[in-house]
Structures are given as structure tokens and as C-alpha cells.
Design a protein around this ligand. Structure first.
Ligand code: ITT
Length: 200
């Protein structure tokens, strides 16, 4: 088994990467999270792009742990807010409270008509190896924001995001359905060939 660090404290992201590797028939890789390694000082995410933040997170982790590392940075880009909250999605209301963040976006869009409620989830996923090899992949998932939260799967802004081509919110999709089309699913799947070819 090759140990690969997923530089996150979000247990849902760990489960998601495990599921994606299993769906791609990848075995021999043991994904561990930050809670399973010796703590090290984690720099705040101050980059202006998802790619910069994902790379910085992965580089820090490789430096501290010596493990091959995947890190992602993701968020919601709302058309009517000129692409915000973007890289600030996790703390948009000033806290990491998903419910408060979602309510703030809904309040900000209260007067925005249905035809201008477009938004995309974006995810940049970075793979950094101790050898210095770096790969970054970006996935996007477009849809619209509804006015009332629905569904209890997923996390973050899922209860208000209806992906293009569906009528359900992403919190009403099964985890496997979400992986197949989501921003993070797409970005992580682009990394899988690099993970398998460099580690085996
Ligand atoms: P780590 O930094 O520890 O990985 P995090 O949850 O803070 O965990 P991000 O920095 O990538 O992760 O923040 C992304 C924020 O964007 C997250 O808190 C959600 O509010 C939102 N987000 C990202 N992907 C999402 C998804 O698939 N569904 C719903 N909201 C999402």
C-alpha cells in the first residue's frame, strides 16, 4: 500500500476521494487525512485563485510530512456576485458555518431574478510528490441557485445548487451521482492517472 495524504480536515472529502479511486478501480493507495499525521503549522489560504491555494496546501504538506499529497481548494462562483464568494466560500459569512454562509448568499441574491441566478462550483486539485513533481487539475460544475435549501446530502452550498440538466439540488443527489459530475469529481479524476503512474 502506498500512503497518500489528502491535505484536508474535511472527512467528507476523504470519503469522496476513496469512492472515486474505487470507482476508477484503483487499488494499492491508502488515503489518509491531516488528522492522521503529526500536526504541523497550516498556513491560511491566502491565494487569489483555487489553483494557487491547492498547490500551496499540497506543497506545505509534502514539506512537513514527506508524503505524496493531494490537496484541493474549491468554492462557489456566483454570476450575480461577479464570481464571489469564490476562494472565500468557506468563510463567506465570517465563520466556517455552512448554514450561515448559505443564508448570506441567499440574502444577497434575494432580488436577483431566476434567469440571472447562475453559479458554478469550481475545484482545483493539486498532486505534489516529494520528488518535486506537481500536477494541478481544475473541474467546474455549472447550475443555478434556488431560493430555498433542499436536501441533506453533501455539505456547504449543496442545498441551494441545482446543476444544469437536473431539477434536484446537489444535496438531493446520491454521493455517487454527485461524484460523476461534480467539480471535485472531475478534478480528482484528472489526477488519478498521475497518482497511479507515479506511485506504482
Ligand atoms: P479543507 O480546506 O480542510 O479541505 P474546506 O471544507 O474548508 O476543507 P475548501 O477550502 O475547499 O474546503 O472550501 C470550500 C468551501 O466551498 C466549502 O466550505 C463549501 O462551503 C464550498 N464548497 C466546495 N465544494 C462544495 C461542494 O461540493 N458542495 C457544496 N459546497 C462546496
Amino acid at each position: 500500500m502506498t500512503r497518500v495524504l489528502l491535505a484536508t480536515r474535511n472527512p467528507k472529502k476523504l470519503v469522496e476521494l476513496d469512492r472515486i479511486l474505487a470507482a476508477e478501480d484503483v487499488s494499492g493507495i491508502d488515503i489518509i487525512g491531516l488528522d492522521a499525521v503529526e500536526p504541523y503549522p497550516e498556513e491560511p489560504e491566502t491565494g487569489t485563485t483555487f489553483e494557487d491555494n491547492a498547490l500551496a496546501k499540497a506543497r506545505d504538506a509534502v514539506r512537513a510530512t514527506g508524503l505524496p499529497t493531494v490537496a484541493d481548494d474549491s468554492g462557489l462562483a456566483v454570476d450575480a456576485l461577479n464570481g464571489m464568494p469564490g476562494v472565500l466560500s468557506a468563510r463567506w459569512s465570517g465563520t466556517r458555518d455552512d448554514g450561515a454562509n448559505l443564508r448570506l448568499v441567499l440574502d444577497q441574491l434575494a432580488d436577483v431574478p431566476d434567469e440571472r441566478r447562475g453559479a458554478s462550483f469550481v475545484c482545483a486539485a493539486a498532486l505534489v510528490l516529494p520528488s518535486g513533481v506537481e500536477v494541478v487539475a481544475t473541474g467546474q460544475w455549472s447550475g443555478v441557485l434556488v431560493r430555498r435549501p433542499r436536501g441533506s446530502n453533501g455539505f456547504g452550498y449543496d442545498p441551494i445548487f441545482v446543476p444544469d440538466g437536473d431539477t434536484r439540488t446537489s444535496a438531493e443527489l446520491s454521493p455517487e451521482e454527485k461524484d460523476r459530475v461534480s467539480h471535485r469529481g472531475r478534478a480528482l479524476r484528472m489526477l488519478v492517472p498521475h497518482l497511479t503512474s507515479t506511485l506504482t
